[in-house]
Design a binder for this molecule. Structure first.
Ligand code: DO4
Ligand code: MG
Length: 277
């Protein structure tokens, strides 16, 4: 079952049918521990209007008052790329240490104001010359700490700023339209299979300039463990989103340019499409 946020409605896709949920607040839905059951019950009770249709332009980012957090260095590829980028500044060993450590790297990424939805624009910083998208499986976590769904996240990153000094991480990671989420939320109580693939394609004027692939089998940490650390000393009355880290890093010669199209696909969630401006 997939849940979409539109300008005027919350919409559930079940099988090949779309149902709108009038009078159901987005934040109230996302905070729920029993989201899958709640949506199924609403549909079964006839409280959802069927026969609804929408086009991709109607989509909003699937976020309301939730905070967006991110985990880092959860794949070997991210560890190695970051050790290299921070080496000359003397910061290289931090990344290997956090990759091995019991405590994960978790950082605050965005509120809704800085998040783009599918079809919308993400930004690169004007004071950076080396920028990449980070395609990440993203958890929807209820206020209780239970994982109730999955979406796709793009953790836009300025690698030159981060590499100059690890203490610049918040500036490399947090700015307007630094994050994309969408297109919708796969609502399920089941964990995603380890064979689930994450695909990234970057196109420039219609030509692919980078393509990469990974799978959840390469992620070093389990989603529930990341959530357990995040919830240790933070409460989330409206639930939250947690990006789980990137396993795809383009080569050092690559940087995003204005106009690039970024496509991230994770089936069975869908494809998140954004344009750089
Ligand atoms: O430590 C820097 C950020 C790491 C990150 O965002 C990732 O691995 O995805
Ligand atoms: Mg990341």
């Amino acid at each position: 079952m997939r849940l979409y946020k539109l300008r005027l409605a919350s919409v559930v896709e079940q099988g090949s049918r779309l149902y709108s949920l009038p009078e159901t607040g987005w934040d109230e839905l996302l905070a729920r521990d029993d989201l899958a059951q709640f949506l199924e019950d609403r549909i079964a009770a006839g409280c959802a209007e069927s026969g609804f249709t929408f086009s991709p332009e109607d989509l909003l980012p699937p976020i309301g008052r939730q905070e967006v957090w991110a985990a880092g260095v959860t794949y070997f590829r991210s560890r190695s790329a970051r050790m290299e980028e921070a080496k000359s500044a003397g910061g290289g060993s931090f990344y290997d240490r956090v990759y091995q450590a019991e405590r994960p790297e978790l950082f605050f990424k965005a509120t809704a104001h800085r998040v783009a939805g599918s079809g919308q624009q993400v930004r690169i910083r004007s004071d950076s010359h080396w920028n990449v998208p980070e395609p990440e499986l993203t958890l929807l976590v209820a206020s209780s700490g239970r994982i109730t769904g999955y979406t796709i996240g793009n953790d836009m990153s300025s690698r030159d700023i981060e590499g100059e000094n690890p203490l610049y991480l918040p500036q490399a990671k947090i700015y307007d339209q630094c994050c994309a989420l969408g297109p919708g939320i796969l609502v399920t109580n089941d964990a995603l299979d380890d064979t689930t693939e994450i695909d990234l394609v970057i196109a420039r004027s219609g030509v692919t300039v980078f393509a990469g692939k990974t799978s959840l089998a390469s992620m070093k940490r389990r989603p529930q463990v990341l959530v357990e650390y995040l919830f240790r000393e933070c409460s989330f009355p409206h639930g939250c989103f947690l990006l789980t880290g990137t396993g795809i890093v383009p080569p050092e010669t690559f940087t995003l340019q204005i106009g690039d199209e970024i496509r991230i696909t994770i089936e069975p969630i869908g494809t998140l499409i954004n344009y750089v401006r």
